[in-house]
Design a protein around this ligand. Structure first.
Ligand SMILES: *Cc1c(COP(=O)(O)O)cnc(C)c1O
Length: 816
C-alpha cells in the first residue's frame, strides 16, 4: 500500500493551488481544494495504475469488459482514499489546512452518469472487480450532463441540468491519442477482392471522433487499479472556416455542436425507452469506440488470430443498451478482418453475454427500422443477415410453426428487437435475482429458454460493502471490526460471525446508540434542507428509489393518509411516532410519477402542520436523491420500504444496502426481497401482499371497486385524493391518480399495479412494524441478524460468479 509523507502532501497541495488557480491555500475555495486533493490522490495512484495494465498485458490475461450506457459512480475522492488506505492521512493533512475532510467531500458533485439501480450496479461491479484483482475494464459514455438535479418547488419536481464538471474533472485523464473514429449514416457499397469475394464498404458517412477519458478505480487492500473508459464525442474537423469567414458563426460551429450532442446528456428514463434517434446514436457511439479499442489491444497481444478472441476477451452487455455491439463485432470480423461469417459468428457468441434487468414491457428496446437503417446502414444489413440465418434455423427446428417464427424473429413488424438479438448472439443470458430469472424462464422469455436452456443463468445482484457500509457508516463499520476483525471488508460472508452478538445486551445497546447517532445526523440534514424538526426516537421509515408506479410510492403515501384519517377521527388512536422519508426522481416526461411526488409533498404539508398529527407522524421528501444522499440516509434507517408489486422489480439493490446497515425490510416477495426474507426468516422481516404468482393469477379478474366496496377505510383514503385538504390547489389536481386507480388511464387496466389490492395487507404489515419496534431489545437483535446475514449481497460474490460462470476469467493479483 502506498503511504504518504504528510509534509510533502501539504507542500504539493499548496503548489497545485498556486499552479492551477493562482491562489494561496487560504484564498482557495472548497471546490478548488477538493480539486487539488483529488489530483494529488490521482498522482499517488499513477504507478499502480500503469503497473496494473502492464501486468495484465504481459500475462495476456483474459479481460472482462463491462459495457454499460450508465455508471452511477457518485463521489470519487473519499472512496478512492479509503480504498488506497489513505483516508485518515489525507484527513490529517486537510486538518492542518484548517479544513475537515467532511467539508472537502461535500464539495464534490456526484458523477451521476446513470438513472438508478442499473447504473449503480455497474459502479459497484467496478469496485468489486478492482478489489478482486480481475483483469477488466468498463466502457461507457462521458455525458456532459448526468442525471438532472431535482428541485422541489411548491411541491412539484423541477429539473435543472446537472453540470457535474463545472469545477473540473477531478479524477479522469483525457487521452486524445487513443481517440477512435465512429461512422454514422452513409451508403454501403459491395466490392470484390482478388479472390472475387464480396466486401462491404461504407461511403459518404458522417465521422464522429470518440475521445476517451479514463477514470481510475482503485481496489481495496490491493494495488490493482482498473480503468473506467468513458467516451466523449467531438467533430473531426472542428468548425467550418469558410462559413466562419462569411460571418455565419452559428452555422460554422453547428457541425461541431451536432457531434458533441451525442455525449451531451443522459436520458433520464429508468425502465422505459423513448426510441429517439439520438439515444441510438449514443449506444452505437460508445459500443463502436469500445470495440475498436479492445480489438486494437487484442491485436497488439495476439496479432490477427481472431480464433483467440474468446480466450482473450469477455464482454458483458448491461441490459440491451449496448447490444448493437453484437452486429458491430460481426462487421469488424467480416468486413474489416475478412473472416467468414460462420467463424465470426462462433466467436461472437463465445465473447458476448447479456444481462436482462427488467420484466417491464415498456423497458424492452425495439428500434424502428426507419430510424435504425439510415443511421447505421451496414449494421442493419448485418442484423438482417443474423435474422435470416436464425429464421432458417427456426424453420428446421420448428417446421411450419409460423406463429413461433413470427414471435422470435429479430426483425418483425418494422422493428428490431434488441433483447432477441442479445439472446441469439450471446452464450449467456442472466437475470439479476432468483425470482427474476425464474420468471424470465417461465414467462417473459419462456420460448427462448425452451430453445436455449443452457444459456440461461442467475446472478443475484450485490452492492459493494466498501461504499455502502465502510464509507457510508463508519461508526457501524468500527462496531463490526471491533468484534469480528476487518476481514468482512473484502469477504462479507464474515459478517456471519456477528450473529453471536445479536442477543448480547451490551452489543445491542452500543448498536442502538450508533443507530441513534446516525439518525441525529440525518435529522440535522432534514432540519437544514427541509426545515422540518423530526423526532429521532421515531421510526425512520424510508423509501428511496426512482419514482415509478410499479415501485408503489403511492401505496406508502396512501397509507400515510390512512394514518392521518385514523388519528383525526380518534386523537387517542395509538401510533408509534414515525418519520416517513422519501427520495425519488421521476423521469421528466413521466407525468403520473411527477404527480405522485406532488401528492407526497401535499401529504407532507398537511401532516407536518396539523398539531394533532404532527407529534406522531412526520413526512419528509428529500430533494435530489442521488448516491451521496443515499449514503447519508441509509445508515439512519430503521425500516426499508421495498413494496413493489410482486413480479415487477427485477432485483432491487437498495434493499441490500439497507439490510447491511441493519434496517428491517418491509416488503413484498419481489426481486431480491425473496432472498433477503429467506436468509433472515419471517421473524426478522415484515413481508406482505400478493406473491408474483398471485398477481399473475388475479391480474385479469381484479376489480379495485370490489376492494373499495368491502373496505370503507380504504375507500375513504381514495376519496381523500379529492379532498381540498390535500388537493389544495383545486380538487382535481390528483384526478389522474384517482382515475388510474379506479378506471385505468393510457390504455392500462384499473390499478395496474394492484395498490388497492395490497393496501389492507400493507396496513397490517405496518402495524406489525410498530409492534416489533416497541420491543427495543428484540428490534436491536433483528437489526443485528439482518447485518450478520447480509454477506450474500456483496457485489464481490456476484462478480466472482460472473468471473467463474460466465467470463471464465481469473484474478491476477499484483506482483509483489
Ligand atoms: C442503490 C441505488 C438505486 C437503486 O435503488 P432500488 O431501491 O434498488 O431501486 C437507485 N439510485 C441510487 C442513487 C442508488 O444508490
Amino acid at each position: 500500500m502506498s503511504t504518504i509523507n504528510k509534509e510533502e502532501w501539504l507542500r504539493d497541495i499548496e503548489k497545485r493551488v498556486s499552479v492551477d488557480f493562482f491562489k494561496t491555500l487560504s484564498e482557495a475555495s472548497l471546490e478548488e481544494l477538493h480539486y487539488v486533493f483529488s489530483r494529488e490522490a490521482l498522482g499517488l495512484l499513477k504507478n499502480n495504475w500503469t503497473q496494473t495494465s502492464n501486468h495484465w498485458n504481459k500475462e495476456k490475461a483474459k479481460m472482462a469488459y463491462y459495457f454499460s450506457a450508465e455508471f452511477l459512480m457518485g463521489r470519487w475522492l473519499s472512496n478512492a482514499l479509503i480504498n488506497m488506505n489513505l483516508y485518515e492521512e489525507a484527513g490529517d493533512a486537510a486538518k492542518k489546512l484548517g479544513i475537515d475532510m467532511n467539508a472537502l467531500e461535500e464539495a464534490e458533485t456526484d458523477a451521476g452518469l446513470g438513472n438508478g439501480g442499473l447504473g449503480r450496479l455497474a459502479a459497484c461491479f467496478l469496485d468489486s472487480l478492482a478489489t478482486g484483482n480481475y483483469p477488466s475494464m468498463g466502457y461507457g459514455i462521458r455525458y456532459k450532463y448526468g442525471m438532472f438535479e431535482q428541485k422541489i418547488i411548491n411541491g412539484y419536481q423541477v429539473e435543472k441540468p446537472d453540470n457535474w464538471l463545472v469545477h473540473g474533472d477531478v479524477a479522469s485523464i483525457k487521452r486524445p491519442d487513443e481517440a477512435v473514429e465512429v461512422k454514422f449514416w452513409g451508403r454501403v457499397a459491395i466490392e470484390k477482392d482478388h479472390n472475387n469475394k464480396n466486401y462491404y464498404h461504407l461511403y459518404d458517412y458522417e465521422s464522429i471522433i470518440a475521445v476517451p477519458y479514463d477514470l481510475p478505480v482503485p481496489g481495496y487492500g490491493t494495488s490493482t487499479v482498473l480503468t473506467l473508459r468513458l467516451w466523449q464525442a467531438s467533430s473531426p474537423d472542428g468548425f467550418d472556416l469558410d462559413l466562419f469567414q462569411a460571418g455565419e458563426y452559428s452555422r460554422a460551429v453547428s457541425k461541431e455542436t451536432q457531434a458533441e450532442n451525442i455525449s451531451r446528456v443522459l436520458y433520464p428514463n429508468d425502465n422505459t425507452v423513448g426510441g429517439k434517434q439520438l439515444r441510438l446514436r449514443q449506444q452505437y457511439f460508445f459500443v463502436a469506440a469500445g470495440l475498436a479499442d479492445l480489438i486494437r489491444r487484442f491485436k497488439k497481444q495476439w496479432g490477427t488470430d481472431f480464433s483467440k478472441l474468446p480466450d482473450a476477451v469477455a464482454i458483458q452487455l448491461n441490459d440491451t443498451h449496448p447490444v448493437v455491439a453484437i452486429p458491430e463485432l460481426m462487421r469488424i470480423l467480416v468486413d474489416e478482418e475478412h473472416l467468414d461469417w460462420d467463424t465470426a459468428w462462433g466467436i461472437c457468441i463465445r465473447v458476448f453475454a447479456y444481462t436482462n434487468h427488467t420484466l417491464l414491457a415498456e423497458a424492452l428496446e425495439k428500434w424502428p427500422i426507419n430510424i435504425f437503417a439510415p443511421l447505421l446502414p451496414r449494421i442493419y444489413q448485418v442484423i438482417e443477415e443474423i435474422n435470416r440465418r436464425f429464421l432458417h434455423f427456426l424453420h428446421q427446428k420448428f417446421p411450419g410453426d409460423w406463429q413461433k417464427h413470427k414471435e422470435m424473429e429479430i426483425i418483425n413488424d418494422g422493428v428490431i428487437k434488441m433483447a432477441w438479438l442479445a439472446i441469439v448472439g450471446s452464450h449467456s443470458i442472466n437475470g439479476v435475482a432468483q425470482l427474476h430469472t425464474d420468471l424470465l424462464k417461465t414467462q417473459e422469455l419462456k420460448m427462448w429458454y425452451e430453445l436455449f436452456p443452457e444459456k440461461f443463468n442467475n446472478k443475484t445482484n450485490g452492492v459493494t460493502q466498501r461504499r455502502w457500509l465502510l464509507k457510508a457508516n463508519p461508526a457501524l463499520a468500527n462496531f463490526i471490526t471491533t468484534r469480528i476483525g476487518d476481514g468482512w471488508i473484502t469477504n462479507l460472508d464474515e459478517l456471519s460471525k456477528l450473529e453471536q452478538f445479536a442477543s448480547d445486551p451490551k452489543a445491542q445497546e452500543e448498536f442502538m446508540a450508533i443507530k441513534l447517532k446516525d439518525k441525529q445526523l440525518l435529522a440535522k440534514y432534514i432540519q437544514q434542507h427541509n426545515n422540518i424538526k423530526v423526532n429521532t426516537s421515531s421510526i425512520f421509515d424510508v423509501q428511496i428509489k426512482r419514482l415509478h408506479e410499479y415501485k408503489r410510492q403511492l401505496l406508502n403515501a396512501l397509507h400515510i393518509i390512512y394514518l392521518y384519517q385514523r388519528i383525526k377521527s380518534d386523537p387517542n388512536y395509538h401510533v408509534t411516532p414515525r418519520t416517513f422519508i422519501f427520495g425519488a426522481k421521476a423521469a421528466s416526461g413521466y407525468h403520473m410519477a411527477k404527480l405522485i411526488i406532488r401528492l407526497i409533498n401535499a401529504v407532507a404539508d398537511v401532516v407536518n402542520h396539523d398539531p394533532v398529527v404532527s407529534d406522531k407522524i412526520k413526512v419528509v421528501f428529500l430533494e435530489n436523491y442521488r448516491v451521496s444522499l443515499a449514503e447519508k440516509i441509509i445508515p439512519a434507517s430503521d425500516v426499508s420500504e421495498q413494496i413493489s408489486t410482486a413480479g415487477y422489480e427485477a432485483s432491487g439493490t437498495g434493499n441490500m444496502k439497507f439490510m447491511m446497515n441493519g434496517a428491517i425490510t418491509l416488503g413484498t416477495l419481489d426481486g431480491a426481497n425473496v432472498e433477503i426474507a429467506e436468509l433472515v426468516g419471517r421473524e426478522n422481516s415484515v413481508i406482505f401482499g400478493l406473491t408474483a404468482d398471485e398477481v399473475n393469477a388475479q391480474k385479469m379478474s381484479y376489480n379495485p371497486h370490489q376492494v373499495l366496496a368491502q373496505d370503507p377505510e380504504i375507500a375513504a383514503v381514495v376519496e381523500a385524493l379529492h379532498d381540498p385538504i390535500f388537493a389544495s390547489e383545486n380538487v382535481h389536481m390528483f384526478e389522474p391518480i384517482y382515475q388510474s386507480l379506479l378506471y385505468g388511464v393510457d390504455g392500462n387496466p384499473p390499478d395496474k399495479y394492484m395498490v388497492l389490492k395490497d393496501f389492507r395487507s400493507y396496513i397490517n404489515a405496518q402495524k406489525q412494524v410498530e409492534a416489533l419496534y416497541a420491543d427495543e431489545k428484540n428490534w436491536a437483535k433483528m437489526m443485528l441478524i439482518n447485518i450478520a446475514r447480509s454477506g450474500k449481497f456483496s457485489s464481490d460474490r456476484t462478480i466472482k460468479q460472473y468471473a467463474e460462470e460466465i467470463w471464465d476469467i481469473k484474478p491476477y493479483p499484483p506482483k509483489k
